[in-house]
Ligand binder design. Structure first.
Ligand SMILES: [Zn+2]
Length: 291
């Protein structure tokens, strides 16, 4: 098992550690929708973060992360559950930027530096939990750390990285989140700060052969203990029924218009690229259920 999510505790249970590797799930959508490199890197970072947020959930809860910046990729959205299932999507997979001096993928220019990040948690209560912050950097690691600190009041370090090869395929993708629990001692914070500042980037760690476990251990101390390991995989929750419900929600007038003009409707799932076609008969059935 190469792609999984690790949850651990360290520093006498004062610190929670999440580490994930997810290039297999990322390449599933990258190949289906012909992602360009920096767009793939941006979506991969959101996917890695979202899958770790999923690791903080219970049972049937789900989390959706939306990054809506002013960059050419447009809206990026990822969803995850508590079981390692993740899917992600962006408005424009066909954009690509590099930092001219370093040949490094430019996620900031892809995403933009103005806009908003929203995290929507469906905790199976009446109302979902929604937290929104402005984008502060655009490389996303810092932005998500800012979200956790401001919106969830948990001081956190977030590191994310995606390495893309010349065939537009992710060689590695993943990240880690370190969270300080309210009772964390000052000396632990200092030790962690030093550790994180001296750490190579996520893609460097993976490229040098460090496993998820290795990275967890590096971030921890002698009290480090693994809580859970979950395989991470791409899973799309789309279905013809869901798209049918989407059409129903358009209302009678709009559906009648589609029937009159096109006699059919072709829909495509933005997450996985799957197509769902509705013929005239099916549209008439949906019309009957619409308001
Ligand atoms: Zn789908």
């Amino acid at each position: 098992m190469n792609n999984y999510l690790l949850k651990a505790l360290a520093y006498d249970k004062q610190v929670r550690i999440y580490v994930v590797r997810c290039e297999e799930a990322l390449n599933e959508i990258g190949e289906r929708l012909n992602y360009f490199p920096s767009a793939l890197a941006a979506v991969g970072r959101v996917m890695a973060f979202t899958s770790m947020m999923g690791g903080m959930l219970k049972l049937e809860e789900t989390v959706t992360v939306k990054v809506d910046g002013d960059g050419p990729i447009g809206l990026i959205m990822a969803e995850a559950d508590a079981h390692g299932h993740v899917r992600a999507y962006s408005n424009n997979p066909h954009c690509h930027f590099e930092y001219t001096d370093m040949k490094k993928l430019n996620v900031k220019q892809t995403v933009g530096t103005m806009g908003y990040i929203s995290v929507i948690k469906d905790l199976k209560l009446k109302e979902p939990f929604i937290g929104t912050i402005p984008i502060i950097n655009g490389e996303l690691g810092e932005d998500f750390a800012y979200y956790l600190a401001v919106s969830e009041q948990v001081p956190s370090v977030v590191s994310l990285g995606v390495l893309v090869d010349e065939n537009n395929k992710a060689v590695n993708a993943g990240g880690f989140i370190i969270q300080l629990l309210p009772n964390t001692k000052e000396e632990v914070i200092d030790a962690l700060e030093k550790k994180v500042n001296n750490l190579p980037t996520m893609t460097e760690l993976f490229s040098s052969g460090y496993s998820i476990d290795d990275i967890g251990k590096i971030l921890g101390d002698e009290t480090y203990e693994v809580v859970e390991k979950l395989p991470v995989s791409f899973q799309c929750t789309c279905s013809k029924e869901r798209f049918g419900n989407g059409i129903i929600s358009l209302g009678k007038k709009d559906i009648q218009e589609i029937i009159d003009q096109d006699h059919k409707a072709n829909t495509v799932c933005h997450f996985c690229g799957k197509e769902y076609d509705f013929d005239e008969e099916e549209l008439k059935e949906l019309l009957n259920s619409a308001k």
